[in-house]
Write a new protein. Structure first.
Length: 155
């Protein structure tokens, strides 16, 4: 998988789960970076975030969309979808990758789900804009996606 769209959230941000401080639900966000923060939303979907920043600071990056580079058949079996609809949204990608609450707090340096760093893209290849699907702090330009990628959730 290649992460193609993200949104950043920080404890100083009214749209962040960590805005009101550390809770049982958000304690992962205040831990070490490189761990997965998984939450359940709308009573039916999981979403996943990579914890960022230093320990004690509630920050994470929501993974909004991924592009399958391998394992697409496995993802299709889980989602019963094909093409960009397979993983072009935070809940869709969690379903396609079998990410649920059991992976909350998972160290992304270990199996079964690993985050592998690649060479950074050129700034000209990344679009920065405001976040979507939130009701507070909508004007914060902390959404990033690979320009022109078919798996981006919404343009």
């Amino acid at each position: 998988m290649r992460i193609v769209e993200t949104e950043a959230y920080d404890e100083s941000d009214a749209a962040s789960h960590s805005y009101k401080g550390r809770t049982e639900r958000t304690k992962i966000m205040f831990g070490d970076s490189g761990y997965l923060y998984v939450y359940f939303t709308y009573g039916m979907h999981y979403c996943c975030n990579v914890v960022t920043g230093k320990k004690g600071t509630g920050s994470a990056v929501l993974i909004r969309a991924v592009e399958p580079l391998e394992g697409e058949v496995f993802m299709q079996d889980l989602r019963n979808r094909h093409g960009k609809d397979l993983s072009n949204g935070p809940a869709k990608l969690c379903q396609a990758l079998a990410i649920d609450k059991q992976l909350n707090g998972h160290d992304l340096r270990t199996s079964p789900l690993k985050l592998v760093m690649q060479n950074p893209l050129e700034k000209s290849e990344i679009t920065q804009t405001t976040r979507i699907g939130i009701s507070q702090a909508k004007d914060v330009p902390w959404r990033f996606y690979i320009t022109g990628n078919n798996y981006v959730s919404k343009i």
